[in-house]
Design a protein around this ligand. Structure first.
Ligand code: HEM
Length: 191
């Protein structure tokens, strides 16, 4: 994926999700809330990932402490973030780190959902309904844009591996996929 393609994908994602500088401003406005709840969210996040096989298997022995620190750094980066390439370029590298460690898209999407489940009631409770919902939506926009970026990278990395090792074009791969979809659909109808 070239830098230009990255920018284009990011532009599409942010446009669809509606993420803007206002969202970073809204999170900064409540940085006290985010920092006060940091230890709790980190424990919640990794307890879930470690309690479930599949996601647990991604981690190596004794890695948890390091990973807790990376999530801590990510929340702090959110508070320092701006709607310009520097924040998103860093997220591009975060996404690539997950691709490298083969974190499945379903794990990213599922845990992002849990993060939202963690924050929504707390934001409403601690910031009041109006401000809580506003802050939640901003958090959701930025989080989901990051997840969408990671999913994009997984797709792109997979395509690159095939293209570079086989010489197959994207058009050819799409054609081959169509017949695979038919096979999968048939399996679901018969099994
Ligand atoms: C919304 C969800 C997530 C966020 C915000 C997040 C955040 C981060 C961040 C900021 C890093 C540091 C990346 C770097 O050093 O550049 C990281 C690394 C990592 N994350 Fe996540 N993560 C998420 C989901 C997950 C899930 C679901 C798993 C596994 C099931 C996971 C496993 C890892 C691992 C193994 C690394 C280390 C990557 C490496 O070896 O460099 N993460 N994560």
């Amino acid at each position: 994926m070239s830098v230009a393609e990255f920018r284009q994908s990011l532009h599409e994602i942010k446009g669809l999700i509606g993420a803007t500088e206002t969202d970073f401003d809204q999170l900064r406005k409540h940085q006290g809330f985010l920092l006060e709840n940091l230890d709790e969210v980190i424990a919640f996040f990794y307890d879930i990932l470690y309690e479930n096989s599949g996601s647990r298997d991604v981690f190596t022995e004794g890695e948890r402490e390091k990973r807790e620190q990376t999530l801590r750094d990510w929340v702090v980066a959110l508070l320092e973030g701006h709607d310009e390439d520097s924040y998103w370029r860093a997220q591009y590298l975060v996404g690539l780190a997950h691709v490298r460690r083969k974190v499945a898209n379903r794990y990213m999407i599922s845990i992002a959902n849990r993060l939202k489940e963690f924050y929504l009631p707390k934001m409403i409770d601690q910031l009041g309904t109006e401000e809580g919902i506003k802050t939640f939506i901003s958090f959701q926009r930025i989080l989901d844009s990051g997840v969408a970026l990671t999913v994009t990278l997984v797709d792109e990395a997979f395509k690159m591996v095939i293209e570079e090792n086989t010489g197959w074009t994207e058009a050819l791969m799409q054609k081959m996929q169509e017949s695979v979809f038919v096979q999968i659909a048939k399996k679901f109808q018969t099994e």
